[in-house]
Design a protein around this ligand. Sequence first.
Ligand code: IPM
Ligand code: MN
Length: 352
Amino acid sequence: MPKEYNIAVVPGDGTGPEVVAEGIKALEAVSRRHGLKFEFQTYPIGGERYLKHGDLLPDEVLGELKDMDAIYLGAIGHPGVRPGILEREILLRLRFELDLYINLRPVALLPGVHTPIKDKRPKDIDFVVVRENSEGLYTGSGGVLKRGTPDEVTIQESITTRKGVERCLRYAFEYCQKRGKDKHLTLCGKSNVLTYEFDLWERVFQEVHKEFQDVTIDYQHVDAICMWMVKNPEQFDVIVTNNMFGDIITDLGAIIQGGLGIAAGGNINPEGTAMFEPIGGSAPKYAGLNIINPLAAISAAQMMLDYLEENEAARTLLNAVKKVAKNHLKSLEAGKMGYGTKEVGDLVVSYL
Ligand code: IPM
Ligand code: MN
């Protein structure tokens, strides 16, 4: 009997549906080869549906998603919807309600891929960011007084809990140990200014470290990390950080690994479900033109296989992505690949 997985598919907006279609094509090909079976259930949530029907993330959908083995997301974002609505009510709501408290973002330069950092090779850019995904500035806590007047006051609160920090750090140590590269974990913070928050992070970092004596650790400020990610990215193995800093440094990470055409991430509840996505967004100007790069979405599918512990299948898919990036694509950028979206998907399948 093949192993069967129930996957919720949220193609979403803009280029989301196009890239997700290629990811599913790749998953189906890899499952034939490795004797797996995927049941895909599509959920039409996103900006398009919001504009037509006025609903965002219905409770019954949320309930169904909770029971899935994983969620495969294209992109949420629509030029016709004011910024903040879809993000908060769909993407962030999924992260919070499903308690997807880890955002895992690998930064790896694949062979043959262009990086804007001169003289850096794949061996130099190969690290993973573990971003706390359920707290900090993302909780939406705060408010505004006297809006639109000269006396306006806004408060945006950053919430950090002992439990939230500890579970994130424990995941990062375990992940670093299992990854087995340098077994080196860097805490990225701002302890010189955010003295309350990073005092907590640092204390728990030291404490949890005692359980992982084979992992070496260091601490770096977020501003300095931005500099080192460009100058000496080879020093990093796993970086763990809070929600906001993780958001920012992973865009820098995406660009040094070759851009949004390849960057993928996973929103994970290690005790529950998980959601995988290309981190590029809905790119409405490229939608429907068959020019967007599907490799990021295919890499997200590969991360999903890893999460499902289908490691062989994940390896097969990763190798196929590597071969396509190295042997075929002129560039990873939309419209400059030398192939269309579907053709890139077909190339990946040809190596499976
Ligand atoms: C990301 C995105 C989201 C975030 C936005 C769309 C809310 O930038 O996944 O990195 O800030 O987390
Ligand atoms: Mn981001």
